[in-house]
Each structure stands twice: as C-alpha cells, then as structure tokens.
Design a protein around this ligand. Structure first.
Ligand SMILES: *Cc1c(COP(=O)(O)O)cnc(C)c1O
Length: 594
C-alpha cells in the first residue's frame, strides 16, 4: 500500500504557495504549524488543553501577509521603475476582532497602514487608535449626519476621505469642508467570483459616471475636494483576466476625471478582490485564483505606469488576503455513524440484483448494474405503502447493495492495471458517483453556522485536515455534521488533487480509502469528493479536524444558530522572539460537547 507524508501533504492541500510556508506534517503524523523558528504541534496543543475545539489565531501570520504585500508591490514598482506612491489600507469588515485590528494597527505603523470603514460602530472602534502621523481612513459613503459628526471628531488623528455615492451624499458633505471626498464609481467590468454582484451598472455601491458628471456640474466644490477614486469589484476575484479589465477600466476612469479638472484626485483605490488561495491548485474553483500576489501587483503597477504625470498614489485595500490564514478552526470528532445503515449483507432480501452485482465481471458491467440499482431504489422509495415489512426490506436491500458493491469494487480493482482504472474514472459514471459518496457521518463539536458561515452564504470551500494520523492512509470518506439541528449544518466538500512526484508504482487499490473503498485521489487529476478522507477514531482516541483559513469574514458573519456563538480561542504570538500561547474565551467550551 503506497501512502506517506508526501501524498498526505498533497491530498490535504498543504502544498500550495501559501500553506507550504506555515503548515507541515510531523514524523508522528500530526499537523504542525511553523512560525519563525518555532514548530507547534497542533494536535498536542489542543489535546493538552482538553477543549472541544478552538479557533487557533496565529498573529504572526497577519504580519507576514502585510509584509508580503508591501514587499511584492515595492519589488514590482522597482522592476518597472514606477514612481507612483503606494498606500495599503485595511477594510475593517474583513475582520474587526480587536486582536486583529490591534495587530494590523501596530505592525502597520512603519508602513502607515490605513483603514477602510463603512459604519458607525466601525468608526467608534477605529477612533480608539491614534497615531502621531495621521493615517488614511477611507469611509464607504455618508450614511447620515451622526456618522459624519463622528468622523469630524476624529479629523485630527486621521486623513479622512468620505466616498460620495449619490446626490444626497454630496449635499450633506457640502457643509463639512474639512472632509476630503472620495468618488465611488460603479465599474462595468464584471467578474466570475461568488461576490460578482459588487460590480456592474446595477451593483449596490457607487455612482455611475454619467450621474457623477451631472452632479459635479451642480456642486463645483467637488473639483477641489475630491482626492480619491474608489472602486471595488467584489471579493475573491478568481481570474487575472477579470482583474485586467477591472484595473484597466479604473485607470481609464481616473485619467478621464483628471482630464476634466479634478486636479487633487491623487489616490486611485482599487478596492479589495485580491483572491486568497483556499485550494492548493490554481484552477477549477472560484476559491483558487489563477494568479499569484506577484502577478496581481505587476498588473496594477504596469497598468498605472501612465499615471506618473498625475502624481498618483496606488491604494491597496485588500482585507481577505491579509487575514484569511491567521485563524485555523479545530474541532473534535464526537461520534461516527454510518451514512445510511451499517453495510452488511442480508441474504434474505431475495432480489436478483445482488446476484447481478456478484456476477459483474468488469467495471462496465458493474456500471450497468449500478444504473439499474438507481432505478430500482427510486421506484421502491416512491411507493407509498410503507408498511414495517416493506421499510425493513428496503433498508436491507440498500444496505446489502452497498456491501456487495464495495466488495465487488475491491475485487475488480485488485486485478486491474492503473492506467485502465484511470481511463475509466476520468468520465462521469454511476461508479464514479459511488466512489466519491461518503459512507460515514462524523459528528463534530462545532457549528457550520458560527465557524464557517460562508459555507452557508456562498458555498465557500474550506480545507479540512485531520490533526493526527496523517501518516496513516485515510480509512473512510465522511460527511461532517455539526451540532445544530439544521440539515444545512454539514460539510463534505473536498478537492482532491495529488501531483505524482513520488517514485512508487501505484495500483488502483492505493487510490482508495482503506476501509470503505472510496476514492481518495487520482494522480495529477482534480476530483471533487463529496466527503472528507478521514480515519475512524479508536476507542478513547482524541481525533480532531482542522478547518484552515477561517480568518477572513467568518468571525464577523458567525451566526448564533442553536445559541452556538462563541468558541474557545488559542492565541499564538511571537513577542521578542519568544513564543507566547494563551487560551482565551475558555468559558465557551461549556457550550460544546467534548
Ligand atoms: C469588502 C471590501 C474590501 C475588501 O475586499 P477583500 O476582497 O476582502 O480584500 C475592500 N474595499 C471595499 C470597499 C470593500 O467593500
């Protein structure tokens, strides 16, 4: 049986550009965190604290992402000899937990990292921070006068720019000459991201260029006070081609506005959208961009080269990219149940279909039987007279079928060549469907609604990795169930992509889980599994799962379904070279079964 650290790293997505920098597998098969010169065994960390689970917050990762962004942009600007300014700002909405803002605030001092806010509570939070050197504060829209008054109170500590999105905004801001103006324009370029509704003429934010032209005719003050052009085409933009259009459009709007006489418009703010790689491969999902941070920066720098004559300054407003990796959510497995009923053979079901499975001599024949089974089961389940006898017979039939199919697959696969198998598995078929369907339901001490709400909201992908037994081949494919009484509270998405860098010769059975004989991977081929490859916890064994990169948006969107808001947290930081680990919010542990 071929299995090892390299395949485990690949299967669980620990090989991508980002994760390779801070995650690995120890010789004990535990998931480890690499921060500076420190290695932290996450399994030991969580079991030592005996928690049902926790959000592990790794503050040095926020700093790492900040530094990476600045360095990559500066390198791109040097390479192209761009003379433009570069100013990073952080949008509070991506994560406004105090510990996150504290970290960005203090580490941002040397870069003069500014902020972007949109609401009164966000203004209140950010007004607690003040620096000798005022930082940029870009405010999304006027909202109301109370909001503006709050901003006026802050004006000595911040360089405040308030976006206008309508004539009403312009009317209100007329009376506050001390505030600078940002122009939030609707982009026509669209994207293919799950947040694509943020752009286009019918998007929620900003003003169309023609409406802006009409307004500026009536409110001459805009010529003097407008200092920033603001766009945002939605979060997690997956393709460089889309970005190319967005940046190109923004640059042309900027050039136009300078030409019509907005002489103080020096900031060009491209908004967010820089996608975080939530998968370790580049194509095939809206949650894996087809570009790198380097390519993103190069694109912006190249496209803005012509703006030097305007003394323009690029504003980087990414939030997701900065905070996504800093939170890893780990949760304990508390029960393992069959997906349907426990597979075994009931010889008394008396259906010829079982014999047909047994007789199948190759994959083609098995596939035909599987197709037939689907029809038979659909027909039987749609019958209304569900007497006790009928129900039990049906349960026995389905269970026996699953048992027999699994045995048959093992038998057929063990005498097949790998290339035959791969050729067969490339295309959709009832067999492939069977192979990627979970066989177990694993109950986990967590809440999808609270910890990864974007699964519910935009069907976001989160990488799941067991914290232990990674050097053992996964035994089953399982769907994860949370603690809520809601059928949406489950998670079973798994992108399997294993590049074959290893020398060993594979046989088809190597590609299957060891117990339920479901598909684990096909070398060099992307397969979306409908369950997570896991191990069955032995009696008394503590088995935990990690959900990676839950640091952007999930904190703020977390729902209180079944009163499950809050989770213990483990803070990890490095202060003066010393590793500091602290458990906070421990009282929340009592909400979750251990
Ligand atoms: C949400 C938002 C951002 C952050 O976007 P990310 O994709 O998370 O980086 C930036 N700017 C504005 C105006 C936003 O609304």
């Amino acid at each position: 049986m071929v299995w090892g650290k390299e395949i485990a790293r690949n299967l669980y997505g620990l090989t991508g550009d980002m994760r390779i920098q801070y995650l690995d597998i120890s010789d004990e098969g535990h998931l480890i965190l690499k921060i500076g010169n420190h290695e932290i065994d996450l399994y030991e960390l969580i079991t030592k604290n005996d928690l049902p689970g926790a959000h592990i917050r790794i503050l040095p990762l926020i700093r790492k992402m900040m530094v990476q962004v600045v360095e990559v942009f500066i390198r791109a600007m040097k390479k192209h000899n761009s003379k433009l300014g570069f100013i990073p700002i952080y949008p509070l909405k991506s994560n406004s937990s105090k510990i996150v803002i504290d970290t960005i605030w203090s580490h941002g001092e040397k870069y003069n990292w500014g902020f972007n806010i949109g609401t009164i509570p966000e203004a209140e939070l950010i007004s607690n921070y003040s620096n000798k050197k005022p930082r940029l504060l870009v405010v999304d829209g006027v909202k109301d006068k109370a909001f503006i008054e709050k901003l006026i109170d802050m004006k000595n500590n911040w360089e405040i720019i308030v976006d206008i999105e309508s004539e009403r905004d312009v009317e209100i801001l007329k009376e506050y000459p001390e505030l600078k103006i940002g122009i939030r324009i609707k982009l026509l370029s669209t994207t293919r991201s799950p947040w694509s509704k943020s752009s286009g003429l019918y998007s929620k934010f900003g003003i169309s260029l023609i409406d802006f032209e009409n307004i500026i005719d009536k409110y001459e003050y805009l010529y003097d006070r407008s200092v920033l052009l603001h766009v945002h085409a939605g979060s997690q933009i997956p393709s460089l081609e889309d970005l190319d259009k967005i940046i190109g459009e923004t640059v042309s709007i900027y050039t136009y506005l300078r030409k019509i006489g907005l002489d103080n418009l020096t900031y060009i703010d491209f908004g967010g959208g820089l996608a975080y790689p939530y998968t370790h491969f580049k194509k095939g999902s809206g949650f894996s961009p087809d570009y790198t941070l380097e390519e993103y920066a190069e694109l912006i720098v190249e496209k803005t080269m012509g703006l030097e004559k305007f003394d323009a300054k690029i504003v980087f407003e990414g939030g997701r990219y900065i905070v996504a990796p800093h939170r890893i959510t780990v949760s304990k497995v508390i029960d393992v149940r069959p997906y349907g009923a426990r597979p075994r053979i009931y010889e008394d079901v008396g259906y010829g279909i079982i014999d047909e499975i047994r007789k199948a001599g190759n994959l083609k024949e098995l596939n035909n039987v599987l197709r037939k089974i689907r029809e038979v089961i659909t027909r039987l389940t749609s019958r209304t007279e569900a007497s006790k006898e009928n129900r039990i017979l049906l349960e026995k039939l389905i269970t026996s079928i699953e048992y027999e199919v699994s045995k048959k697959i093992e038998e057929l696969f063990s005498r097949m060549r790998l290339d035959e198998f791969i050729e067969y598995i490339k295309y959709p078929s009832p067999l492939l469907e069977y192979l990627i369907t979970p066989s177990m339901r694993v109950f986990v001490s967590f809440s999808v609604f609270n910890h990864i709400p974007d699964k519910i909201v935009v069907d976001q992908y989160f990488q799941v990795v067991p914290l232990s037994r990674l050097l053992k081949k996964p035994e089953i494919l399982a769907i994860l169930s949370d603690l809520t009484c809601d059928s949406m509270g489950e998670y079973g998405d798994f992108y399997s992509y294993v590049e074959k860098p290893f020398k060993e010769k594979l046989i088809p059975l190597d590609l299957l889980t060891s117990t339920d004989k479901k598909l684990l991977y096909v070398p060099n081929m992307l397969v979306k599994l409908n369950g997570i490859p896991l191990h069955i916890p032995r009696k008394g064994e503590k088995y935990y799962l990690a959900f990676l990169e839950t640091g952007a948006y999930q904190d703020m969107l977390g729902m209180n379904h079944n009163m499950l808001s809050g989770y213990p947290e483990i803070l990890i930081d490095i202060i003066d070279g010393q590793l500091k680990i602290k458990v906070v919010n421990k009282s929340y542990a009592s909400k979750y079964p251990v």
